[in-house]
Design a protein around this ligand. Structure first.
Ligand SMILES: Cc1cc2nc3c(=O)[nH]c(=O)nc-3n(C[C@H](O)[C@H](O)[C@H](O)COP(=O)(O)OP(=O)(O)OC[C@H]3O[C@@H](n4cnc5c(N)ncnc54)[C@H](O)[C@@H]3O)c2cc1C
Ligand SMILES: NC(=O)c1ccc[n+]([C@@H]2O[C@H](COP(=O)([O-])OP(=O)(O)OC[C@H]3O[C@@H](n4cnc5c(N)ncnc54)[C@H](OP(=O)(O)O)[C@@H]3O)[C@@H](O)[C@H]2O)c1
Length: 285
């Protein structure tokens, strides 16, 4: 991580932290889990992991509801993409901290040992089942839209399904490039996918509001061909014959990009009818 601010030195809040959530009760829809670890990337971005119930099954790329007790004690829940792969013992998440956000103004203060609600029914469209077979897989994200692709790209199955996988991450500031060190190393330390990822995983980070080696929005990188530079092989534009794409991030990016792909002859996939690309917004608004 090149972020000059050590995670432990990041000032977490201007407002007082809410008391730690304890004594949570499970419901038919929610289990109660423990926070295992927390890592702050900057003042508005953090990752954490929670315990995984033995009965909890999901496909890499899906999202689930998580939450904390709200002001009247009722669970305050929000959708979160699971950032860890389906085989992992723990469930990892990447979260924004929205100033005055009902959930994240509390969630940003959680610590190892605190409790959290976990929905029992994960779901989502950013799964390889919703894509037709292909050769190159582009995982295109803005902001916290990176989260589901950390799951997909750490799942060994994806390396059997696609020859080349590229994570594209667009953020405003360099410090917003969460997992940059791990991604630049192509998860070299990961015992399950490290070896395959060395050969098959690419990473294209781009920063739009600060100097960086790659700047400009993703659509500009596509138009200039910068997205398709070696070691990636194949054409320097998207081709529905061999490329598959997952999109996650701001609604504006998804809408613009999906329209662009439709114009190239790509079709949107779903769990019921696999296609050339799939989408999921990373937040509401
Ligand atoms: C399918 C799905 C998956 C999601 N996955 C994630 C995830 O993996 N990580 C995550 O941090 N959030 C994710 N979200 C957003 C999440 O559900 C909450 O909105 C977020 O945690 C903020 O909650 P809040 O109660 O603090 O504020 P909210 O009242 O929920 O949001 C307030 C405003 O903050 C902005 N905002 C909210 N979330 C984000 C975000 N992630 N990035 C940029 N702006 C945002 C929006 O403008 C929103 O209107 C996801 C949302 C959906 C629909
Ligand atoms: N990131 C921060 O430093 C920061 C700090 C405090 C608060 N916030 C708040 O957090 C919220 C989300 O911020 P965020 O930075 O995570 O998400 P964001 O504003 O969606 O930006 C993330 C990346 O997506 C790009 N992008 C946005 N719309 C696009 C489109 N239509 N096509 C292609 N690329 C597009 C942005 O480029 P552009 O830069 O060109 O827009 C940026 O690189 C905002 O409400 C913001 O006010 C962010």
């Amino acid at each position: 991580m090149t972020d000059p601010v050590a995670p432990s030195a990041i000032p977490l809040a201007t407002a007082a932290a809410a008391p730690a959530a304890t004594g949570l009760e499970p419901t038919t829809a929610l289990s109660v889990e423990n926070i295992l670890w927390v890592r702050h990337w900057n003042e508005h971005l953090f990752s954490f992991a929670i315990s995984r119930p033995a009965s909890f099954r999901f496909r890499s790329g899906e999202f689930v509801m998580i939450g904390l007790p709200g002001p009247k004690g009722k669970p305050l829940l929000r959708a979160y993409s699971i950032a860890s792969p389906a085989y992992s013992d723990e469930l990892e998440f990447l979260s924004i901290a929205v100033e005055d956000g009902p959930l994240t103004s509390q969630l940003r203060h959680v610590q190892a040992g605190d409790q959290i609600y976990l929905g029992r029914k994960p779901t989502g469209t950013l799964v390889s089942d919703a894509l037709l077979p292909g050769r190159r897989l582009f995982l295109i994200s803005t902001g916290t839209g990176l989260a589901p692709f950390l799951s997909v790209a750490r799942d060994p199955d994806i390396y059997d399904q696609f020859q080349e996988i590229v994570i594209v991450h667009s953020v405003r500031r360099v410090a917003d490039l969460a997992y940059r060190t791990e991604l630049e190393a192509a998860f070299a330390d990961d015992p399950l996918i490290g070896e395959q990822a060395q050969d098959q995983l690419g990473y294209v980070p781009t920063v739009t509001r600060e100097d960086f080696h790659t700047t400009g929005r993703i659509d500009a990188l596509v138009a200039s061909g910068k997205l398709f530079v070696p070691p990636l092989t194949g054409g320097r534009e998207f081709d529905p014959a061999e490329d598959r794409i997952m999109l996650c991030g701001s609604m504006a990016m998804i809408k613009d990009f999906a329209g662009f792909l439709d114009g190239l002859g790509f079709t949107e996939g779903s769990n019921a009818a696999p296609g050339h690309y799939v989408i999921e917004r990373a937040f509401v608004g």
